[in-house]
Design a protein around this ligand. Structure first.
Ligand SMILES: [Zn+2]
Length: 519
């Protein structure tokens, strides 16, 4: 949870006094002044209370000075768009912009449902904007409140040249030069400074590490970075644009709406940037917006916010519509059976797969849309009256188990079976009547929200193929107990009051799915 003790206190007070009723909606964000980290947290919390059906708050990690890096999930769609602001401290008006955007769109969603002709109901049902509005809160705090407000003023004063043009994080590392793309080949070492220092190693900073980790944990269709220098756009010239026709369409619609210019990055300037990093790492469309007319050094004047908003007010809606138009991502890349990423285009998927050892591309109809979130289930399992060490996982309303756990639990019973994986046929081979010979090695516990992918491995019993629904989670296959019980032939009953599944190996399997709901 990101919420600070003070805010949480207010929230609980609020919730307990005014029952569970959502507050009346109104505009929340005041953009015409230097918008602070604390205001962002407070406004985000208010917006979440007003719009609990479309706004959920989270955190992706902490800054150097231990500020939570707020994540706002806005929308309920399967197609996710990553958005970040204020990676550069003095460009904090990008945070104002993103918060104001959420405020305006959410209000329109609840009232007319339409914003500037865009159907917000449709958009927020189809996409989720995953927004980190302030990636560099320590730097923003320095810009707003000066040297006295930082944790370690002595250290910062050594590199401090005036806060108005400060871009770096509080260690003097430019976060938008700290990512692992083209990093090693560019620029001799200098040292910590207000801007431009790439760090001593890639991802040396907690803020850049938090983003990289977060971006790996979810599937994004597009990435948007917000800066504030000069009303222009980077990323429109992606060399792989042919694979994503929607990127070209996004760019032309954005330019038509705003009159923004097309900026060009060269390998000399595009090193260590978040844009370059996501483009290279995920091979998905990515854009960097430079909001605001160009002002050298100092932050853009806050009182002039209307001129920032006017040309840029529909950018994220244009991107969302184009993401909704993208083809399904049906080419899935696996490494050692572990799902890595999904793509619309086979060639693109192959390019990505080539970067990873032991990887391959598989076509799965429905593709990424078929991926499921898994939750850890509280159901306990008993084998012939004794509790077994088996964790159940809920995927789309059904309970799934790791085959190895089941084999271990049954190894001393008449229902015992052994398993091996045949890499040639990519099938899991079960042999009935043999005790399990594999290790019951401890697999790191899988946490709820982990992605479950339809398994690509076949399943055989005594060398004959059997039909069984299976999901792959982090490289391990999970099956429904009913399917395995039917194949091996043992009894299974479910007690929904006790939340308990009982396996009886002395009786035959009966197809009594009534009373076995959800398993
Ligand atoms: Zn910038």
């Amino acid at each position: 949870m990101f919420i600070t003790a003070g805010l949480l206190g207010n929230c609980m007070l609020f919730c307990s006094c005014i029952a569970a009723k959502e507050p009346a909606i109104r505009y929340v964000v005041d953009p015409y002044h230097a918008y602070s980290y604390e205001e962002m947290l407070e406004d985000a919390s208010t917006l979440e209370q007003m719009y609990p059906d479309i706004i959920r708050l989270d955190s992706i990690g902490e800054s150097v000075e231990k500020r939570d890096l707020l994540l706002i999930r806005f929308g309920n769609g399967d197609r996710k768009i990553f958005i970040n602001g204020s990676i550069h401290a003095c460009e904090y008006i990008t945070t104002t912009y993103l918060m104001y955007m959420i405020d305006r769109y959410a209000y329109a969603y609840k009232t007319s449902g339409i914003y500037e002709g865009f159907d917000l109901k449709k958009i927020l049902d189809s996409v989720t904007f995953c927004i980190v509005p302030m990636l560099n809160p320590d730097g923003v705090n320095l810009v707003h409140n000066g040297l006295e407000s930082v944790r370690n003023p002595e250290e910062v004063s050594k590199i401090f040249t005036g806060y108005a043009d400060w871009k770096a994080n509080i260690n003097g590392v430019d976060l938008n030069r700290n990512f692992d793309n083209n990093w090693y080949v560019q620029r001799p070492e200098n040292g910590p400074s207000a801007g431009g220092f790439k760090g001593y190693t890639p991802l040396s900073e907690p803020e850049s590490r938090a983003v990289a980790r977060y971006l790996d944990s979810e599937m994004f269709w597009t990435f948007l970075n917000f800066h504030s220098k000069g009303e222009g756009l980077y990323g429109w010239d992606d060399p792989n644009i042919e694979y994503y026709p929607q990127l070209a369409s996004m760019v032309s619609r954005i330019i038509e709406a705003s009159n923004y210019r097309k900026f060009i990055d060269t390998p000399d300037t595009d090193y260590g940037t978040l844009l370059g990093y996501v483009r290279e790492t995920y091979l998905k469309p990515a854009l960097t917006f430079e909001l605001c007319r160009y002002v050298y050094g100092i932050p853009y004047p806050d009182e002039d916010f209307d001129s920032v908003w006017a040309p840029a007010r529909t950018f994220c809606l244009i991107v969302a519509e184009e993401v909704m138009n993208m083809e399904a991502q049906e080419y899935l890349v696996f490494q050692n059976n572990k799902f890595l990423h999904a793509f619309c285009d086979e060639e693109y998927a192959k390019t990505y797969a080539a970067k990873w050892a032991n990887s391959r591309v598989l076509y799965i109809q429905g593709g990424i849309e078929k991926l499921m979130n898994m939750t850890v289930s509280d159901i306990s399992v008993f084998v012939d009256g004794r509790q077994a060490d088996m964790q159940a996982y809920n995927i789309n309303g059904n309970n799934y188990f790791r085959l190895r756990d089941l084999a271990t639990a049954l190894s001393d019973t008449p229902a015992r079976f052994d398993i091996e994986y045949d890499t040639g046929s990519m099938a899991v081979m079960m042999t009935k009547g043999k005790s399990y010979t594999g290790d019951h090695e401890d697999v790191a516990p899988v946490s709820s929200g982990t992605m479950a992918v339809p398994s690509i491995s076949g399943l055989c019993l005594n060398k004959e193929k059997i039909e069984a629904a299976a999901y792959n989670i982090n490289g391990n296959n999970y099956y429904k107990l009913r399917d395995i019980a039917a194949a091996i032939n043992f009894g299974v009953t479910y007690d929904h009051h006790e939340r308990k599944i009982s396996i009886d190996t002395s009786v035959a399997y009966e197809d009594d799915t009534a009373g076995f709901v959800g398993s």
